[in-house]
Ligand binder design. Structure first.
Ligand code: C2O
Ligand code: CU
Ligand code: CU
Length: 567
């Protein structure tokens, strides 16, 4: 009896030791300008001795880290050997809509997609992942995700660690549920269980870090879980980049909250630590607010049962993400704190915005939510502005070069990380349900493409839709991938066409042709690509109430100042 007890004790002890013993896997790098990516099915042991069926880019799971230079023309050859359809999206990139890899750009099985584009990004950390509608959550959980590192001259001039795998490490944090047979669990809706934590697909990961400044590029590539990262000794670290590249001003922080889809770059001053010291990177989920997936309560006042949520050891507790052991410094180590002034990005001024769009985020559970167009009830799905994703509907038509303020209205019961393609944005402010300002954190000041919108909060951002336009839609959606797959996604096109609303009065810059005019119709027929059509304000324009004109030529329409008179 006693023997058995000690046997069990030592077994438990071994288990504990074993749990901190896996060296962090570092994905290989791929340099351009030509990138060959092959997506295929594979096998991986997340849990020792148990094979899981996976999917990966150029390997069993995850993908190589793509290193790109800002300004470089890159060519991607993406082969799909998955046996099912998919797409590949360059998350955070500003590219032509046909190169964006959204749900409309399907890569059929056994075919190759070959987008080519100029890297317009600033130095920073981006990522790539599948985006086929209803397949995104599953394919990402099965392993399809990779990091992109963009380098540029501005970042290269700063005294920062940047040697990949030496003093600059990718950390792709994910949770998955894996059953005893190794199968990755997928419910297709919320809640999707996620009891296995991994960094770069390594469970119980450890990493030797040199006794110097060490940079981490952190990506939350989980389906749903939010992390609240900090060091076990509560030491400070420095935030140098947000989603879209360098912060203008270094952040000195003790916590970094990352919702799905978000990235951040931090520098940890291991130069201050003794040789052999160990320190843990933890997620202080005990500090997360209710309504956050990862907090003690994932929903506020939720009446539905949450069967797979509560038994998860990560919910509402502080848990270890990665264990660091400090080893000898490398040659030419960076040992000084990152510069207080980093980037020189100029935020888009809010005053430049000519249009404000409201987006209401909410989720299932029979909640009643007031929207701009009245009260809507959402029963089963996750909606934006009270309707589910419909790939045949263009939800927003945005004239090129337009600067806009988007107002995101949080759900009643839970947070949603809102993501938009094509652009980086600047968060203007965040307010609670009473209209009180909630100060922005270090991670919310800078270029962003994902923003966490808490229950009943209102978050405003400003952005501009530049350079690219066309008929292929860009997406905006909740980056909880199961929500996105359930329909919490919408699409917009950026348009170069000049649209005139029939009720328009004033000087024309933007609008939409719901009922085009006869004069316009005629002009369009005679126009060739590149023509500018002047639409005479103050003149008499005959309205056509039949089918709207679909302008397929690349024409610019201009209206001279003054009201348009309709007859
Ligand atoms: Cu990371 Cu639309 O996605
Ligand atoms: Cu994206
Ligand atoms: Cu959501």
């Amino acid at each position: 009896m006693k023997k058995l007890f000690y046997l069990m004790l030592s077994f438990l002890f071994l288990q504990t030791v074993a749990k901190s013993q896996n060296n962090l896997y570092i994905p290989p790098v791929l340099n351009g300008p030509v990138y060959n990516l092959t997506m295929a099915n594979g096998n991986y042991q997340f849990n020792a001795g148990i094979n899981s069926a996976t999917k990966g880019f150029n390997g069993n799971v995850l993908g190589p880290t793509l290193i790109m230079q800002s300004g470089q023309q890159v060519h991607m050859n993406v082969h799909n050997l998955l046996g099912e359809e998919t797409t590949v999206h360059w998350h955070g990139f500003h590219v032509e809509p046909e190169n964006d890899g959204g749900p409309h750009t399907i890569i059929d099985p056994n075919t190759t997609w070959t987008p080519s584009f100029t890297v317009l990004e600033k130095a920073g950390t981006y990522w790539y992942h599948p985006h086929a509608h209803t397949l995104t959550a599953k394919q990402v959980l099965q392993g399809l995700a990779g990091m992109i590192i963009v380098r540029d001259a501005e970042e290269a001039a700063l005294n920062l660690p940047r040697t990949y795998g030496v003093d600059d490490f990718p950390l792709i944090i994910q949770t998955k549920a894996i059953d005893a047979t190794g199968e990755i669990q997928f419910t297709g809706s919320e809640p999707n269980p996620d009891t296995n934590l991994m960094v770069n697909v390594t469970k119980y990961a450890r990493l030797n870090v040199p006794q110097q400044m060490v940079r981490f590029r952190i990506l939350n590539a989980s389906n749903q879980r939010v992390f609240n990262l900090g060091l076990s000794n509560n030491g400070v670290f420095y935030q140098i980049a947000t989603d879209g590249g360098l912060k203008n001003t270094r952040g000195t922080i003790q916590r970094l909250q990352l919702a799905p889809g978000e990235r951040a770059e931090i520098v940890v001053p291991f130069s201050n630590y003794g040789l052999g010291a160990t320190v843990l990177l933890k997620s202080y989920a005990n500090e997360l607010p209710a309504g956050t997936w990862g907090a003690a309560a994932a929903w506020i006042n939720h009446t539905n049962s949450t069967p797979s949520y509560s038994p998860n050891y990560m919910n509402g507790t502080a848990f270890t993400v990665l264990k660091f052991t400090v080893v000898a410094a490398t040659a030419n180590a960076v040992t000084t704190v990152p510069p207080a002034t980093l980037g020189t990005d100029i935020p888009i001024p809010a005053a430049q915005a000519t249009v404000t769009r409201n987006k209401y985020l909410f989720s299932g559970g029979g909640l009643t939510v007031a929207t701009g167009s009245g009260v809507k009830i959402s029963n089963t799905s996750s909606y934006i502005n009270a309707t589910n994703f419909d790939e045949t509907i263009i939800d927003d038509v945005i004239p090129i070069d337009q600067t806009e303020i988007w107002v995101l209205h949080g759900a009643a019961d839970q947070y949603h990380p809102f993501h938009i393609h094509d652009v980086q944005f600047y968060i203007l402010d965040r307010k609670d349900s009473l209209g009180n300002i909630i100060p922005l954190t270090s991670n919310e000041i800078g270029r962003k493409d994902v923003v966490y919108v808490g229950p009943k909060q209102t978050v405003r951002f400003v952005t501009q839709f530049k350079d690219f336009w066309g008929d292929v839609p860009y997406m905006y959606h909740c980056h909880i991938t199961v929500h996105e797959d359930m329909g919490m996604m919408k699409q917009f096109v950026v348009n170069k066409y000049f649209y005139v609303n029939k009720n328009y009065v004033g000087s024309i810059e933007n609008g939409s042709v719901l009922f085009p005019f006869k004069t316009l119709g005629k002009a369009v027929i005679f126009a060739t690509d590149g023509t500018t059509i002047y639409f005479r304000s103050g003149g008499i324009h005959e309205e056509i109430t039949s089918t709207p004109i679909l302008i397929q030529k690349k024409i610019t329409l201009k209206v001279s100042n003054g009201p348009v008179i309709i007859q």
